[in-house]
Write a protein that binds this ligand. Structure first.
Ligand code: ATP
Ligand code: MG
Length: 701
């Protein structure tokens, strides 16, 4: 949809023109909050800020990319290129890259992903139970998101389990420091520490950003809010706060990950001059859809009272479909897509939709595993699709292998990366050798890489083992040197291909996979990955991962940011494909036609056998349902299963309570007052016409 500057309503305009103090836009789904942000960027440029002084923070890399595209349409490609549009995490990397040394990081640090973290925790806590290590990981992350370190966590620990977790956290902190590595939570926590403790750095960054805009503000966590505060509160004038936050408490769906609605409540307290602007007109959905959404969310206690109305007509009623099981459901979804796609033309509400494309459809569900059957049926029907919010490209074994190598180039003290790289592909360095190396590095408190060249190690190992270790070490050094000096896509690609050849990676895939087909598909992932890095080195991909740079980068620079870039699926090639997505990953997006799949008790609201359903959890699940419904512009199909798979069993399916809450049969009863007025007027007009006709007929007799 074109974003002409004029297309804002008075409330949106007010938010866009409020430049001199903190501003909060608090409004329901589809009311144009994100649009306020893009237009405000344009306004700020007009008011004299340079593009690089404007920071807009989005929830995902994909959203960052979309926002940049929109901004481009408004302010032109040149200005759009220099805007800082990124996630909190990418912004954190930016700060640490420039000033990480001020908080004890060396220039080249590595960023551990979730699997690495798990490995470090298992090791630190001498634990072979993955489930337990995952619980630690979870608990530690929640603590970090509340701004606690291991000491504070130990004091706050509620029971023996938490005490153990806090002790493991201490060991974990020590290891990360030794590896010169940070985890994702540190990407927020360390920049905050930097800004809080280092006056010079704080002044510099506050000066750097003239205005900070935050989308999806309801899903920020405590540390992110502190970071925002540190970025925008000027010490000379605490209340100034040049920022704009937009959000919707009814769409807060990341409480389980530490996001807190307190951030919304605190804003007016922390910023007495805060301008709060509600938006009430919904520009996304037709009447039936909007009413169903409003009915569902009415079941939650209200933090802020909100009204939402739409000028579009009622449109198509919400389609409720009962299915026998998952396969049947997937077939119905396919039929829904094929049926509407055939139609083409305008949307149900009369808005011009053009020919209906595959990309006009999304199928949304609560849990990742639900995509499998849907994918099968879509493939069988030859419907192209993409899965978002699912397993990330970077979770694939082959990509993680290569990432370990790249991380080792970036930071030779990254021991987890060292261990993976030195054994993938195998190069005759066995467990015994590595065990000795590990002992040595532990004893002398040096990294594995540093230990490798030590002369006293040579005395403990045979000449063959030492020879292999040295060869590996020299190779890594040489590769690092070349990666540091290679930029531009062609040169980068040549270097990367040479590296793969040197280490025999393709052969390794064919040796380790049973089927050739599988090996070939993994190799093709590797090639995609190489192409993608090469493009970044040429400055051709600028948006995702927080668009650190749009100029050419060296291979080493690109390697450093890889862990932050969540998924290659977010590459952003606009393709005509159906979207399959978890409800969580669908936030902020919209499609003309949406299917909500598996709307059953147990699935949505989600409930595992182990967990109790607390009122808070139920409310968060209800917000998810609200998010799901409000993604649809024109047609919404809600499907429920009579029988559903649960593990290996098939159990009876109970329709979700949220279906009843949509009150689909009582649409009239909950009609928007404006709609009702319109309808009554129309009815009156028809009646009047009827009476006139009768009278005319009477007279004519
Ligand atoms: P969500 O809560 O789901 O993130 P949102 O409040 O951010 O929604 P937007 O995505 O900004 O809403 O807008 C929803 C739709 O309405 C978009 O298609 C947008 O282009 C359109 N829209 C927003 N404001 C206007 C307006 N004033 N006039 C016409 N269309 C608008
Ligand atoms: Mg939005």
């Amino acid at each position: 949809m074109a974003d002409a500057p004029a297309s804002l309503n008075p409330a949106q305009l007010e938010a866009v023109h409020h430049l001199r103090g903190p501003c909060l836009v608090l409004a329901g789904a589809g009311s144009g909050k994100t649009r306020v942000i893009t237009h405000k960027i344009a306004r700020l440029l007009q008011a004299g800020l340079a593009p690089k002084q404007i920071a807009a923070i989005t929830f995902t890399n994909k959203a960052a990319q979309e926002m940049r595209e929109r901004a481009k349409g408004l302010v032109g490609p040149k200005a759009a290129k220099d805007l800082v549009i990124s996630t909190f995490h990418s912004l954190g990397v930016r700060l640490l890259r420039e000033d990480g040394q001020r908080v004890g990081l060396k220039e080249q640090f590595s960023i551990l992903d979730s699997d690495d973290v798990l490995g470090v925790l298992r090791d630190a806590g001498s634990c072979s139970d993955n489930a337990l290590a995952r619980r630690w990981q979870w608990t530690i992350s929640l603590w970090k998101n509340q701004g606690l370190d291991s000491e504070a966590a130990l004091r706050a620990a509620k029971d023996a389990d938490e005490q153990v977790a806090a002790r493991v956290m201490k060991l974990y902190e020590e290891r990360l420091a030794a590896y010169q590595a940070v985890d994702f939570d540190d990407l927020i926590g360390l920049p905050l520490k930097l800004l809080q403790r280092d006056e010079e750095a704080r002044a510099k960054w506050q000066e750097r950003f003239g205005h900070v805009l935050v989308d999806e503000y309801q899903d920020t966590n405590a540390v992110q809010y502190e970071l925002l505060k540190a970025l925008v509160s000027h010490p000379d004038d605490r209340r100034r706060g040049l920022f704009t936050a937009v959000g919707d408490d009814d769409q807060s769906i990341y409480g389980w990950r530490g996001a807190t609605i307190d951030n919304l409540k605190r804003l007016p307290e922390d910023w007495p001059t805060l301008k709060v602007i509600p938006l009430e007109q919904n520009y996304r959905s037709t009447g039936h859809i909007l009413r169903a959404a409003n009915n569902v969310i009415a079941g939650n206690p209200k933090l802020f009272e909100k009204k939402l109305w739409s000028e579009f007509g009622d449109g198509d009623p919400v389609r409720l479909v009962e299915c026998d099981g998952e396969e049947h459901e997937a077939e119905r979804a396919v039929a829904f897509i094929q049926g509407l796609r055939g139609q083409g033309g305008a949307l149900a509400d009369g808005r011009q939709g053009g020919q209906t494309k595959f990309s006009d459809f999304a199928v949304l569900y609560r849990a990742n595993h639900q995509s499998r059957v849907l994918e099968q049926k879509l493939r069988a029907a030859q419907i192209p699709y993409k899965v978002s919010g699912g397993t990330s490209f970077f979770d694939r074994a082959e990509i993680k292998d290569l990432c370990a190598w790249l991380r080792l180039l970036v930071n030779q003290d990254d021991d987890p990366a060292f261990l993976r790289a030195v054994t993938t592909p195998k190069r005759g360095i066995g467990h015994q050798t590595l065990g000795k190396l590990g002992e040595f590095s532990g004893k002398w408190k040096v990294s594995l890489f540093e230990a490798l060249f030590s002369e006293s190690l040579a005395a403990q190992l045979g000449p063959k083992a030492i020879g292999s270790l040295h060869e590996f070490g020299r190779y890594v050094n040489e590769l690092e040197h070349r990666a540091r000096h290679t930029q531009g896509s062609e040169d980068a690609k040549a270097l990367l291909l040479e590296w793969l050849k040197d280490i025999g990676y393709e052969q390794h895939l064919y040796d380790s996979e049973d089927s050739e087909k599988l090996a070939a598909s993994r190799w093709s992932n590797v090639m995609d990955f190489i192409d993608w890095i090469a493009k970044r080195c040429g400055g051709e991909i600028t948006q995702e991962g927080g668009n650190f740079e749009s100029e050419r980068q060296t291979v080493l620079q690109v390697a450093q940011t890889i862990s932050v870039i969540i998924s290659l699926a977010e590459r952003g090639d606009e393709q005509d494909v159906v979207t399959l997505s978890t409800l969580h990953a669908s936030k902020g997006l919209e499609w003309p036609h949406v299917v909500l799949a598996g709307v059953n008790e147990g699935l949505l609201p989600f409930k595992s056998d182990a967990e109790e359903m607390t009122p808070q959890r139920l409310e968060e699940e209800r917000r998810l349902m609200y998010v799901g419904i409000t993604r649809a512009r024109s047609t919404l199909m809600v499907s429920t299963l009579r029988r559903r798979k649960k593990g290996r069993e098939t159990v009876a399916g109970i329709p979700s309570r949220f279906i009843a809450e949509m009150k689909l049969n009582e649409a009239g009863a909950n009609e928007d007052p404006r709609e009702r007025l319109k309808r009554l007027r129309a009815e009156l007009a028809t009646k009047a016409a009827g009476v006139a006709e009768q009278q005319a007929a009477h007279r004519g007799r």
